[in-house]
Design a protein around this ligand. Sequence first.
Ligand code: PRP
Ligand code: URA
Length: 209
Amino acid sequence: MKNLHVIDHPLIAHKLTIMRKKDTPTKDFRELLDEIAMLMGYEVTRDLPLEDLPIETPVAPAIGKQISGKKLAVVPILRAGLGMVGGILKLVPVAKVGHIGLYRDPETHEPHEYYCKLPEDIGERFIIVVDPMLATGGSAKDAITMIKNRGGKNIILMCLVAAPEGVACVTDAHPDVQIYTASLDECLNSHAYIVPGLGDAGDRIFGTL
Ligand code: PRP
Ligand code: URA
């Protein structure tokens, strides 16, 4: 799985285990997702290019650094992806936020599009697509296609838990997209839920179980 990066950090592993527990309440689940998104955001932005910036400190002139080139866009896949936006915005408050609405048909597990609103200059931005769950991969694959159809080029996918089937689906369709996850789980069950996973992420974030 050459495009897959499992972000291996003790804080992320600890917090994810609490999220997986079936009795973890909505408030804790949402807060932990926000914290993990920030920790993962730190990793996925590691290679952003820097340029020199001449500044004056109170003591002397100095050459500082600033992020150069492409600006950021965060694009959550609704609904559950919304739970990962705040964590990234804490790190990069000036990032623009696009939204893609997709829901998975409960019978066929196929994604259906219902909304898309992206920053006008999406083609100029480094794009982080966020969704906690990468199961069959259908939703992420379609979301990335929608972004590319509107001019997006420089795209990564950040999810919390991935199934091997989802990684393969996205990599086959979009070999240019790197995938970052906190965990590569075992498989999908007959309802296309990730095993062991954490259940329905959207319902657990928003308390709609
Ligand atoms: C979930 C999840 C992903 C999708 C993953 O969303 O947040 O978007 O399923 O499944 P896939 O990889 O098989 O496409 P869901 O469709 O349940 O919608 P929700 O976020 O509104 O709950
Ligand atoms: N969507 C979820 O929220 N969880 C899964 O395990 C699969 C799809």
